[in-house]
Design a protein around this ligand. Sequence first.
Ligand code: SF4
Length: 454
Amino acid sequence: MSRSTTAIPFRVNTARAVCDASLRQAMDYSTRTFSAKRAEGTAQVPLEEWRERASAIRMQVLDNLADYVDRFSANATRAGAVVHRAKDAQIARDTVAAILKDRGIKMVVKAKSMVTEEIHLNKRLEEIGIEPVETDLGEYIVQIAGETPSHILAPAIHKSRKDIGRLFADKLGIEYTDDPEVLTKVARRVLREKFLAAKAGITGANFAIADTGSLVIFTNEGNGRMVTTLPRLHVAVLSVEKVIPSLADLSTFVRLLPRSASGQILSSYLSVITGTRKQGETTGAREIHIVLVDNGRSEIVKGEFREILKCIRCSACMNVCPVYKVIGGHAYGCTYPGPMGIVLTAVLEGMERAHPLQDATTFCGACVEVCPVKVPLSKLLRRLRERRAEQRLTPLVERLAMFGFGTVTQSPALFGLGQRMSWSVWPLLKDFSRSKLFVRLPRPARKTFKRSMS
Ligand code: SF4
């Protein structure tokens, strides 16, 4: 688990993000579109029944995580894959780097994988002279822009088509255009050459089936298929909680994941990969390595935030979050943004680093309503706030203010006195304080609601 004690500068990041009109416009349009499509895609189905089922399957896995991971590993090995266990991010990075380096790989094509972002795999590969090429269009855009994903499903959600047009003109030397079709064709041409030249491909996995040792990958662009079938070597990097018991259980997630993510009834491509290419088969990698990343999850699953590991990374919670919708993913300063990211970052990276993110919630509960696996995000977020107060990680002024507020509201006499005084004290505060807060506050009523009723 990577731990840093430097707190994420969330307030600074947020101040910058809210001043960026183009970012706000792009976020507003994209998150509204995703949410509308999700609502449409889930309108005519027995959603509650599916959510209950999905939640139960995920809890069953978490209750027996080690057993399911062992079963998956044994069956994947039997199917011809080599399974590696990585206790932390560094071991995971080094394992992938060694597999590629030992085979003389100089360039590798990648399908989108958030866990490779979590372990900072690309940086490690570049350090040893291996070029990682992202092949998901959004991920390719943020890679050539030198950025990180701003959304777990749509990495370039924060960019307008004009931004992308300028980026392609600058980095790929084409004439400026903001026509999405032309830009997509350009990316496809560049990436096709990479697919054909690559000797290795790296993917994540949406699920791993314990009973069969299969990897399950949902994509919409077909790049996942190219990455896993054209090169002779396939390296899959996934976190341990991606395991589900059986192919029968997969049917629940096949219905829920695309609908929750983008409102699609099905993803355009669904690959189920069981081991290496067998005799007589015409596609598939000849060598498969599966790197199972723990990175603290074996401990997280025993703790009070364990239910965050139910998450299937659909992104629905961020698309409805009133904070994420305005500031986008980069302001969070970590791999996983949005409501689920606040919780996951706290347990993966530690409270000292992640506690400022806990300001990024309004407790409106919208995230809980849309989550397809019923992660109790509000409960987990509230518990994190409590932890932050217990660990005295909030600023002193905030602690003093909350102490004062608590003392006054618990005493009817003090509360009444405060109400009576507020009318006369307020102009003084307004005049003497330089804080814009007091200027913006409405003047307290001379007569309280309670008194006017009596
Ligand atoms: S917490 Fe729920 S809604 Fe959010 S990404 Fe995970 S599965 Fe989707």
